[in-house]
Design a protein around this ligand. Structure first.
Ligand SMILES: [Zn+2]
Length: 124
């Protein structure tokens, strides 16, 4: 699995195989159900206390990138000149994608600090 695929599918940065979260973003059983360690390679995700506070910066950057991407799409579709319409479409996109962006930001943050090890991705 490539680096981008492992991010998009919310996989462990170490092995790119195990899932970082127990539940999918839209299951609503537990959006915040981050595993303490990888179910595949047993890498701990808690490198230090409050490690994932930094993922707020990633979440903010992803939110801005999403808003810009939606706005550019609206401009290409010819709807960019209606400010109020653009605002509500962008706000809706951010709200609808919030659970996924929440989990994705934690995976991206962890991948800054946990390096990929191809030996860990081999099935046991
Ligand atoms: Zn793993």
């Amino acid at each position: 699995m490539s680096f981008i695929q492992s991010l998009l599918f919310l996989r462990c940065p170490k092995c790119r195989t195990g899932k970082m979260f127990q539940h999918k973003p839209y299951s609503f059983k537990g959006i915040t159900s981050l595993n303490k360690s990888c179910p595949h390679c047993n890498t701990s995700y808690q490198l230090e206390p409050s490690f994932f506070y930094g993922s707020m910066y990633v979440s903010y950057a992803l939110g801005v990138a999403l808003a810009v991407a939606v706005y550019v799409l609206l401009l290409l579709l010819g709807l960019g000149q209606y400010a109020l319409t653009s605002f509500f479409i962008i706000a809706t996109a951010i709200v609808v994608l919030a659970p996924y962006v929440y989990q994705l930001s934690k995976v991206v943050w962890a991948s800054f600090f946990i390096k990929y090890d191809p030996k860990k991705s081999i099935k046991n």
